[in-house]
Design a protein around this ligand. Structure first.
Ligand SMILES: Cc1cc2nc3c(=O)[nH]c(=O)nc-3n(C[C@H](O)[C@H](O)[C@H](O)COP(=O)(O)O)c2cc1C
Length: 209
């Protein structure tokens, strides 16, 4: 395989979209789409622009919810895309507009969480309640890195293997942000040796038979 050297302006190689609900100074909820998130055990590490309202909220008030929309929710996510909860809009966000009512602007529904003050997004099949255990600047001072400790997980029963604690990967499908384009997942290709929900008849590697 021959490769060319390129200088892409973004490196979003395809990660799930999450909607972060955080608490504004006046107690109202902010809601922001993001995709720079990954899980380490029960901690989700979040990468946030330092000038956004979400980063400002988490530096002062640790309660948050991390909500995972499915592929059908991409228009609601994109309605949030040009909005910020920061007033005035920072100079670094020239194409953004201030919006204090993000849930209404997106057409999404806030519902009370059980352990934290920030609401969950009712339409999202997976909702994590969490607390920001650490909030720090990145080495370049441009971003904020948040370690969000997950306190409780809520799942639509349709994506849970009945009678277990497992999410069924054949029923749950995240919304993927792939170089600023939205995708769902394709068919299952296989599973990790550590999977607790294997579908051996579908995903065993082919032996060429
Ligand atoms: C699909 C999608 C993914 C995004 N991923 C991130 C991200 O990982 N980190 C981030 O800081 N901003 C990300 N953004 C941009 C934020 O949503 C944007 O900066 C927004 O203004 C933040 O809102 P806030 O200022 O109210 O916090 C993403 C936007 C979209 C639409």
């Amino acid at each position: 395989m021959e490769h060319v050297t390129i200088a892409p302006s973004i490196l979003y190689v395809g990660t799930p979209v999450a909607l972060l609900a955080t608490e504004n100074p006046d107690g109202s909820a902010n809601l922001a789409p993001m995709s720079s998130a990954w899980a380490l055990g029960q901690v989700v590490v979040l990468g946030l622009g330092a000038e956004g309202q979400t980063a400002a909220n988490l530096a002062e008030r640790p309660d948050l919810t991390i909500n995972f929309p499915g592929p059908d929710h991409w228009p609601a996510v994109e309605r949030l895309a040009p909005l910020t909860g920061r007033d005035p809009v920072p100079a670094s966000k020239p194409r953004f507009q201030y919006e204090p009512e993000k849930f209404a602007a997106a057409g999404l529904t806030p519902a009370p969480a059980e352990l934290v003050g920030s609401p969950v997004v009712a339409e999202c099949p997976l909702q994590l309640e969490a607390t920001a255990a650490a909030v720090r600047r990145d080495a370049g001072e441009e971003f904020v890195i948040v370690e969000a400790r997950v306190l409780r997980v809520h799942a639509d029963p349709d994506v849970v293997v009945p009678g277990t604690q497992h999410v069924d990967p054949t029923r749950w499908s995240p919304l993927i942000y792939n170089f600023r384009h939205y995708f769902g997942l394709g068919e299952e290709l296989g599973h990790s040796f550590r999977s607790e929900t294997p579908r051996v008849w579908r995903s065993a590697p082919s032996k060429g038979l």
